[in-house]
Ligand binder design. Structure first.
Ligand SMILES: Cc1cc2nc3c(=O)[nH]c(=O)nc-3n(C[C@H](O)[C@H](O)[C@H](O)COP(=O)(O)OP(=O)(O)OC[C@H]3O[C@@H](n4cnc5c(N)ncnc54)[C@H](O)[C@@H]3O)c2cc1C
Length: 466
């Protein structure tokens, strides 16, 4: 078969690959986009969106369940098949949107196939086609880890790839892995009436610093037991799972394995392209250019294992697309402020620089147990930690678990990204009574710690405890 020539070949049509192809084409490159399925992105099919759809249903159930706190009596029932049906219907619409976007790409640039390298600039597709590209972008994403002991459990063990296919809610669910995906899904199932227990061999939730992790754990444990620092034994007996640790045994209908999503590089044969990999099978990637070593290969999105988040996949696609189109001329991009959210309630987030990453940090805290608006809404509890550089007085990071924390996290990410000084942050308007004004005690504590007086007594007249 003849060899097809192009400027930039993109392997993988997920968020990173689509952004990469778009950018490379906008830069004038002749592109090819290769994917075995073109099913829609991981985000739309088995990731961000179906998980948020399940969380949305859980939030409604939780609100109705807690209505009596507000003097409102209701009778409610969770219809498991209807909940899962809505998740899948809405998910299908979102995935269809991505497929429509792919269908709208210029004629002849897509290849429905799996690709592997046969040389530095040569690809072979499982359709038999061979492609010579001046530069190649690998955007093959990641896949859930499912080690053998769990794989042997057959369909009793779920991952994010199949959990949204459940026709009904299980009666009970053990979740292994207390990272963002495990935590979000565990709490959602618990709120929908499933008996849930979580297990993790590590000691921190969702990669949070110790203090915030402990705070979040205490709040989440009101809804489900969380066992940290344990490696439970899992055994299938008939259609039940027996999970034992520390002399205790419990039975569950299903197990959700959420222990990480390693990059999907198997089968690409990077060695054939002359790419050297480390002991984990990962090549060296420059985070500013996304170039692999000195090659004409770029690694974007979850495939490089650096920041496995949607907005990063999209940004990395653009960086890789630009550099692949202009290869060997490369532009080093300034990366965005690190920013990660775990959509539990309270919501957890980390932003920017955290303690341990800079010796010159001071930290100011705000506890939301007594925060006015949080109490009004029946959701007291939460912790905010703001970090500033002692020398410059600039806010550089935060970690938190707060009611409606995704919104406060965004406000903080924006002012941190703008290099705002602690005293300037205190001069910003804070409306009363809001969850946002709960940030002020942390800012005031920081002012004290870095020896900066707020220029005026900014909250004279406000009621205490806000
Ligand atoms: C349950 C869950 C919840 C999440 N929630 C959030 C969230 O709330 N917020 C957030 O920011 N992120 C979230 N994420 C992470 C986010 O979904 C990912 O970071 C993002 O989707 C990664 O995009 P990608 O383009 O790197 O990979 P993908 O979208 O997975 O694309 C990879 C593509 O490569 C193709 N491919 C693989 N191998 C080959 C090959 N050899 N040849 C050709 N094609 C190939 C695949 O078919 C696929 O289409 C979540 C993830 C999960 C699993």
């Amino acid at each position: 078969m003849a060899v097809t020539e192009c400027d930039v070949a993109v392997i993988g049509a997920g968020t990173a690959g689509l952004a990469a192809e778009r950018k490379a084409r906008a830069c004038g490159a002749a592109t090819l986009l290769i994917d075995p399925e073109f099913a829609g992105t991981t985000c739309a099919t088995v990731g961000c969106m179906p998980s948020k759809l399940l969380i949305a249903a859980a939030r409604v159930a939780h609100t109705v369940h807690g209505a009596e706190t507000f003097g409102i009596r209701t009778r409610h029932e969770v219809d498991g098949p209807a909940v899962m049906d809505r998740v899948r219907r809405m998910r299908s619409d979102l995935a269809q949107g991505v497929r429509d976007q792919i269908a709208g790409l210029p004629d002849g640039i897509t290849r429905r196939a799996r690709a592997r390298f046969t040389g530095p600039n040569m690809l072979e597709l499982d359709s038999g086609e061979r492609i010579r590209a001046k530069a190649v972008i690998v955007a093959t994403g990641s896949a859930p880890a499912l080690p053998d002991p769990f794989r042997d459990l057959g369909d009793l063990a779920l991952t994010n790839s199949d959990v949204f296919e459940l026709e009904d809610l299980p009666r009970s669910l053990a979740v292994i892995g207390a990272g963002p995906i495990g935590l979000e899904l565990a709490q959602a199932f618990a709120r929908l009436g499933v008996r849930v227990e979580m297990f993790d061999k590590g000691t921190h939730l969702a990669k949070l610093p110790e203090e915030t992790s402990m705070h979040l754990r205490r709040l989440l444990e009101a809804e489900m037991p969380i066992h940290l620092g344990v490696e439970p034994k899992v055994e299938a007996r008939g259609q039940q799972l027996h999970i034992s640790h520390e002399g205790r045994e419990a039975q569950f209908d299903r197990l959700l394995v959420a222990i990480g999503r390693p990059p999907q590089l198997d089968g690409l044969d990077l060695a054939a392209a002359g790419v050297r990999t480390d002991s984990r099978g990962m090549p060296h990637v420059d985070p500013k250019t996304l170039q692999v070593g000195n090659s004409a290969i770029f690694l974007a999105g979850d495939a490089n294992g650096d920041r496995p988040l949607l907005h990063e996949a999209s940004a990395e696609g653009s960086i890789a697309g630009h550099n692949a189109a202009h290869f060997p001329e490369l532009a080093a991009s300034r990366r965005q402020l690190p920013f990660a959210i775990t959509f539990t309630h309270p919501t957890a987030a980390t932003i920017g620089v955290l303690p341990g990453e800079d010796d010159d940090l001071a930290t100011g805290c705000a506890d939301y147990a007594d925060q006015g608006r949080a109490k009004v809404e029946g959701r007291p509890g939460g912790l905010l930690r703001l970090h500033a550089q002692r020398g410059t007085g600039r806010l550089v990071g935060a970690d938190l678990c707060l009611p409606e924390g995704e919104h406060i996290a965004h406000l903080l990410a924006w002012i941190i990204a703008r290099g705002t000084d602690v005293t300037d942050a205190l001069r910003l308007p804070f409306y009363h009574p809001t969850l946002e004004e709960g940030i002020k005690p942390a800012l005031r504590e920081l002012c004290g710690k870095i020896d900066r007086e707020p220029e005026w007594n900014e909250d004279e007249g406000y009621p205490p405890g806000t």
